[in-house]
Every structure is written in C-alpha cells, then in structure tokens.
Design a protein around this ligand. Structure first.
Ligand SMILES: [Zn+2]
Ligand SMILES: [Zn+2]
Length: 369
C-alpha cells in the first residue's frame, strides 16, 4: 500500500481542512464521469478515496500514524469502496454539493476542471492563444437535465417527502433521540427516476467534447493558472457551473535561463576575442543583436543588455538579458601557434611553459613521496 499522505499529496502534519481540500481536488480530477473508460483514472480515484476515508477519520488516522497500517482491509469490500456504494450521483450530492440540509436535494454543482498547456519562452514575450479541447459534463439535452424519459421533473421521493433525509427516533435511557440519515430510497436526491432518459440513463448529465480559445498573457510563468469562468462542468437542478483552469507550463529553453523578467545566456569567446575585444552578433530571444566585447574580457564576466529579457505578467516593458562569457581554450594548436604563444609569454615577461612532457604534473608530485 502506498503512503496515504503522499497519495493525497499532503504532509503528515496536514490539517483536516487541508486533507479535505486535497481530496476534493484529486477526486474531481480522477472522477470516472470525467474520465470515462479510463481504468488508470478509475484506479487512482479509488486509491484517493481510500486514503481519504482513513485520513479524514481522526481515529483511523491516529491508528495509521502509529502503525502505518489501516484498520480496514480495502480489498475485502469494507472501507472506502463502500463509501460510494450509492453511486456516483450520490457522491456528487453528498460530497461536492456542500452537505446535507444546507441546500435543496437534487441540486448538483458542476465541477471545476483542469487542462494543461505549454508555451515557449518566445511566446512568453508576446503572449499567445491556445485552443483547448477537453471533456466536460453538460446537462443532458434529451431530458433537460431531469434524467427522465419524458423530460419532466421526476417524482418526489415518497419515503422522505423530497428532503433527501429521513429522521429516526430511538428511545434511549436519556429519552427520545433523533438521528437524520440519508434517505435509502432516493440516496438523498429527494426524487426517484422510474423511467430513466435513454441518453443519460438517468444521470442527468452527459460527457461532451468542448473547445475554448484562451489568451495566454505575456510574462506568464510556469505553474500559473488561467481561469475560464463557466467552462467547467455544468450543474443540474439549478446547481452552479464550474470553471475551467488552464495550468500553463513554460518549456525549458536550450539557450536561455529565466528568472522572472531577466534572461540569462552564455557565449563562447576565443582567446583572441577575449584578449583583443570584438564586436559580435548574438541571437537574442526575438532578434539578433550586436554586442561589444571589451579588451581583456575575463571568463565569467557578465554583460547586461537592457530590454533583452521578458515582460512582467500582462506587461509590454522588458527586463534585461544577462550574457555571461566563457573563453574556449583550443584542444589542439599547430607548431606555428605554439611558437607564437611561447613568444607571447616571453614578451609578457612570463616563464615559458615547457608543456606537460611525458608525465603529467600530478605524476611528478606522487613520485616525490
Ligand atoms: Zn428519499
Ligand atoms: Zn437525459
């Protein structure tokens, strides 16, 4: 069994609220209705639900913290798998809908959905557009979200009178005690569909392909989300429609590193360029630029090119480009070059290097011992 905390992506010290919100997020993401015919998502959904059933219960959580074991055997049919035995509709009403008694039964909110998009660094400069295709639940058009074959409102549940709850009165030594539980006849929906709609099979919603074109602003950074209001799954029974969140990743770039609005890049100079200085062309993010290399430029020296970087979010101004120099030392030089370099050293008053000879420097050192 995988670690239950890591299944939900929370730390061991996470609060009950953290655990609940982590679970809601993951449950939405992997919900079978949003991922039809996807056994991987279904497996993940089960795993997430099981982790939640343990970590949401203070006793079970404490036991798990102490022993690393859960009290329930999930395989055997106990535990979390039964939690949703009433069907997925139940799950939405009970869990996503905001709890019993706070709202009318049968009202189902649409989920928020998530899609991923990636952009290049060059697109960060200008901003761009993406057409996102994804699947979302929409109210069934055949039955207008009623779930019935005739498209009319379903029959109110006789067992609970439409409230979705039944109140039981028990006699105890302290007197009469009342407990409210989910109506077993309608699973808390408050209505019963006797003749289900052929299109949605009484689920009231169907999964459809959707498409939306969004603007991705300049200056966007990895991990930022763009919210497209009202483009999540549709609710039914007067429930709200969710939003679509587009999570944006900026591709790694071969030549540039980014830090906010600043870009970094490296250039290779020859020894002669570093010594004598030069004017060189480099490819900026969007256009070629000419930079001037001073005489005696050192390896690791930095040049700042104003406005060669990226804009802030939604911005048009630009940060700077920082260019760091490297100096390439040739691996092989000709006899003639050797002669000139020795001469160069001599003219500078430096000792004339003799070359490594047959033995390297370290070999000599070790021999002395
Ligand atoms: Zn009922
Ligand atoms: Zn329908």
């Amino acid at each position: 069994m995988s670690d239950l905390y890591s299944v939900l992506g929370v730390s061991r010290s996470a609060s009950a609220d953290d655990i609940k919100s982590a679970y809601r997020k993951l449950a939405r993401q992997y919900h079978p209705d949003v991922n039809p015919n996807n056994p991987e998502a279904e497996e993940k959904f089960k795993e997430v639900s099981q982790a939640y059933s343990v970590l949401s219960d203070p006793d079970k959580r404490a036991h798990y913290d102490r022993t690393g074991q859960t009290e329930d055997s999930f395989q055997g049919g106990g535990g979390a798998a039964d939690f949703f035995a009433g069907g997925m509709q139940d799950f939405f009403t009970a869990f996503m809908g905001g709890g019993f008694g706070q709202r009318r039964p049968g009202v189902v909110d649409g989920d928020d959905l998530r899609a991923d998009e990636s952009v290049t660094l060059k697109e960060v400069l200008t901003g761009t557009e993406r057409t996102v295709r994804y699947r979302r639940q929409k109210a069934c058009g055949t039955c207008n979200g009623m779930g019935t074959a005739n498209g009319l409102a379903p029959e109110t549940c006789k067992n609970c009178g439409g409230s979705g709850r039944v109140v039981q009165t028990r006699q105890t030594f302290m007197g009469a005690m009342q407990t409210a539980t989910t109506c077993p006849v309608c699973q808390g929906n408050g209505f019963v569909i006797k003749d289900p709609c052929k299109t949605c099979h009484g689920k009231r919603r169907v999964v459809e392909e959707s498409e939306v074109t969004v603007k991705i602003p300049s200056g966007i950074e990895s991990g930022m989300n763009i919210r497209v209001s009202g483009m999540g799954s549709e609710g039914v029974g007067g429930g709200a429609t969710g939003d679509l969140y587009i999570s944006v990743e900026v591709d790694e770039d071969e030549r540039f590193l980014r830090e906010g609005t600043t870009l970094y890049t490296q250039i290779d100079l020859t020894i002669a360029q570093a010594l004598l200085g030069d004017k060189i062309q480099i490819e900026g993010l969007d256009e070629p630029m000419e930079i001037s290399i001073d005489k005696g430029t050192q390896p690791g020296e930095r040049f700042r090119v104003k406005n060669g970087g990226l804009p802030p979010l939604h911005g048009t101004s630009r940060g700077d480009l920082i260019i760091e120099t490297r100096v390439s030392i040739p691996k092989k030089i000709s006899e003639a070059q050797v002669k000139l370099i020795k001469e160069f050293a001599e003219l500078g008053g430096e000792p004339i290097p003799q070359g490594p000879g047959k033995e390297g420097f370290l070999d000599k050192l070790f021999k002395k011992k």
